[in-house]
Design a protein around this ligand. Structure first.
Ligand code: SF4
Ligand code: SF4
Ligand code: SF4
Length: 335
């Protein structure tokens, strides 16, 4: 009876993680489709106006990072990509309080990485990397993070940030990003092929090795009071948790999994065969595992509601002006 109850509980946890991931992936596909409609109208390729979905601004982390510095220094909220700033602060807050749950539940690239991980496992492509790569693999993402953080911290003062945020380039950088992927050059195609193949062989290859955003969230998550906790007295060292972990974290060697890579996805807990050996703790107190996911969704809803009620969500730039700027979009640069 107890084992049945446990099985049911574990299936529930597993399905919450995957359900939220897939729902967000589906939602973002819809957002991408709507944004494509807006971009076609803005570039004069369609007469049907579709409003830009503000959530696409989540894919403009550099603009949001610069807007965050301006907000800290002046108190002025960025009204060019206001939703981007909301979602940037949301991701930072989740990392500080709920581990890297943004990566574990919401980011579509994280979901795609996990899907490729499962596909690679079924195809027998997944490789166990030598231990020394544990230190080497994440190096590129920290180098990239150091470069991007140096922009607001050292290389750009407030006037330079103001100039960038009000530049024509920043006003249409969401469409520029779309065109970057819609009109890929040979270098981008080669990089994407390498990344897909790499993700089939090495779980979460992009996230663990290259994503500077994930690197930033991972460092903040080290301060998070929430973490996976293992009971060494009950652990039978079966390694099932590590095999199931999309980040390949060596869970059986930890008591508290406080690592930058842990997304709080709970896959390890769902695959542990020993009742209550793995759990989620807030400090030293055990809490329900669902807290990570539900807390993330509640925080997202709270920030979205605040932004909607206070006009911090939809861009204030007139769409007619954006359409004029799109006429020369191919020649616009950030210089
Ligand atoms: S590491 Fe980057 S790409 Fe991966 S899930 Fe996190 S934010 Fe997304
Ligand atoms: S340690 Fe557990 S919660 Fe953390 S990423 Fe791995 S499977 Fe997910
Ligand atoms: S799955 Fe559970 S019992 Fe097995 S090694 Fe991990 S924590 Fe220990």
């Amino acid at each position: 009876m107890r084992s049945h109850a446990l099985l049911t509980k574990k299936k529930g946890l597993l399905s919450l993680h995957h359900t939220v991931q897939l729902l967000f992936l589906g939602y973002l596909c819809y957002i991408g489709y709507a944004f494509l409609g807006y971009a076609r109208w803005a570039m004069g390729e369609s007469a049907n106006y579709l409003p830009k979905p503000p959530s696409v601004e989540a894919f403009l982390p550099i603009s949001s990072m610069l807007a965050a510095k301006r907000f800290v220094l002046t108190g002025n909220w960025d009204m060019v990509h206001p939703a981007g700033l909301c979602l940037f602060f949301f991701a930072l807050l989740t990392a500080l309080f709920l581990r890297k749950s943004f990566c574990g539940y919401l980011c579509p690239l994280g979901t795609l990485s996990e899907l490729l991980f499962h596909a690679g496992r079924r195809l027998g492509l997944v490789r166990t990397l030598p231990v020394w790569t544990k230190w080497l693999l994440p190096l590129p993402k920290y180098v990239l993070l150091a470069f991007f953080l140096s922009l607001p911290l050292y290389l750009m003062d407030l006037p330079a940030i103001e100039a960038f945020l009000s530049s024509h380039y920043n006003l249409v950088c969401d469409t520029k990003m779309l065109l970057f992927f819609l009109e890929p050059g040979p270098l981008l195609i080669a990089a994407l092929v390498l990344l897909v193949f790499g993700s089939l062989c090495i779980p979460s290859f992009w996230c663990r090795a290259f994503c500077p955003y994930g690197a930033l969230l991972g460092l903040l998550a080290l301060c998070s009071p929430i973490a996976i906790r293992r009971n060494p007295k009950q652990c039978i060292q079966c390694q099932k948790c590590q095999e199931a972990c999309p980040q390949q974290i060596a869970v059986p060697t930890k008591v508290r999994v406080n690592l930058p890579e842990c997304t709080g996805c709970l896959e390890c807990q769902a695959h542990c065969p020993v009742p209550d050996c793995l759990g989620v703790s807030f400090g030293k107190k055990s809490v329900p595992g669902q807290l990570v996911c539900l807390g993330t969704l509640c925080l997202l809803l709270a920030i979205y509601t605040w932004a909607r009620l206070t006009n911090h969500w939809v861009s204030q730039i007139p769409v007619e002006m954006l359409r004029i700027l799109h006429e020369n979009i191919h020649s616009l640069t950030h210089y």
